[in-house]
Design a protein around this ligand. Structure first.
Ligand code: OSB
Ligand code: MG
Length: 369
């Protein structure tokens, strides 16, 4: 397939509710929608790099630079017939996983559409619905937090993830557990602690949490393995796993018992599937994290999460939780068993609404111009 045109559309959508985590407060969702065109077929993906370097060192701006200067020139005008060829073309370019994932993942959609199969099928997915939960930010008070949880439970979510940070940890988990002794509950620290605060995790150990996500430094695996040896609650790594190799090394030293796979963070669907397969072989459950994706990214995540070892509920909540209106349709809705349905149409299975893309777009470039 000759790659005739690639477009970058940076968009900014206001979130319905601001979201605070230990490392940042997010008011607006910023990302780059990438479209790749060949022979009348268009593949879409979402590059999840955020506005600033808070969760990841990449930003929408650095991703744009890497795409424009290094990735797109290796692809545009070329004849590409498989995902492997795309991955090969990016070899020798270090890091910049979200930029690479953005372009690679558009090819998954393009090639799936060219073969008239769903992305889930192309990836080896095995289910048509995936369990999901809701990720809840830091609130101004415990009562406010309890109200927010109540609302989401009444909407039908059966798994709750709480963001924690020093001073907003044991007390809130205790209050939530007292009110709901049996809900599936987990916490995410986004690297807000050091090993010196091990006592906090020993105390959190008594609340029957599904897992504790990324408690320590965003690049660490060594201290996480020391912490895991001291607590029974599974540690789940997010930020620290940014490639297949990191997953392998982390498992080798028992730095975690669960991995949160975000395709953008690990460099694309190919690496995400490799990590999934490795974890499956080693008996390590995985789940799909979220980055407040639009329906474009959400559809890709849903396809990925239909693989067999995605056994824990993911963070991809229903579309209505995020934006007043999305740039693609149809929306994902919550089924009454706390799942969302994996799209079954060819490719990612959702379609861009051109007027909305234009409305929320803050930067655009076409290659060739
Ligand atoms: O740590 O999982 C995280 C959002 C931005 C940056 C990091 C994280 C998150 C989320 C959002 O938790 C989950 C969602 O998409 O609903
Ligand atoms: Mg996380």
């Amino acid at each position: 397939m000759k790659i005739e045109q690639i477009e970058l559309h940076q968009v900014e959508l206001p979130l319905l509710h601001p979201f605070e985590l230990s490392s940042e407060i997010i008011f607006n969702k910023v990302c780059i929608i990438i479209s790749v065109h060949s022979g009348g077929i268009s593949g879409y993906s979402e590059c999840t790099a955020e506005a600033g370097p808070w969760y990841s060192s990449e930003t929408s701006g650095t991703a744009w630079h890497i795409l424009q200067e290094f990735l797109i020139p290796r692809i545009i005008g070329k004849d590409i017939n498989s995902i492997d060829e795309v991955v090969q073309k990016f070899s020798g370019i270090r890091g910049n996983q979200m930029a690479k994932a953005g372009l690679e993942d558009a090819f998954w959609d393009l090639i799936a559409k060219a073969n008239s199969i769903s992305l889930s099928k192309m990836m080896g997915g095995v289910c048509d619905k995936i369990p999901v939960g809701v990720s809840i930010g830091i609130e101004s008070s415990i009562n406010k937090l309890l109200d927010v949880i109540e609302k989401h439970l009444s909407e039908g979510y059966k798994r709750v993830k709480l963001k924690i940070k020093p001073g907003w940890d044991i007390d809130i988990v205790k209050a939530v557990r007292e009110r709901w002794p049996n809900i599936l509950l987990q916490v995410d620290a986004n690297s807000a602690y050091t090993l010196e605060q091990i006592q906090i995790f020993k105390e959190l150990d008594q609340f029957n949490l599904l897992l504790i996500e990324q408690p320590l430094h965003y690049e660490d695996i060594v201290d996480h393995s020391k912490l895991q040896a001291e607590i029974k609650t599974p540690i789940c790594l997010d930020e620290s796993i940014h490639s297949f190799e990191h997953a392998k090394w982390a498992l080798e030293i028992n730095a975690c018992k669960v991995i949160n796979i975000k395709p953008g963070r690990v460099g694309g669907f190919t690496a995400a599937i490799k990590i999934h397969d490795l974890c499956e072989k080693k008996g390590i459950p995985v789940w799909c994290g979220g980055m407040f994706e639009t329906n474009i990214g959400r559809a890709g995540n849903a396809a990925l999460a239909s693989l067999p070892n995605f056994t824990l509920p993911g963070d991809d909540s229903a579309s209505a939780r995020y934006f007043k209106e999305d740039i693609a349709e149809p929306n994902f809705v919550l089924n009454n068993d706390s799942t969302i349905t994996v799209p079954s149409k060819p490719g990612i299975g959702v379609e861009i609404i051109p007027d909305r893309l234009a409305h929320y777009r803050i930067k655009y470039q076409s290659f060739p111009e």
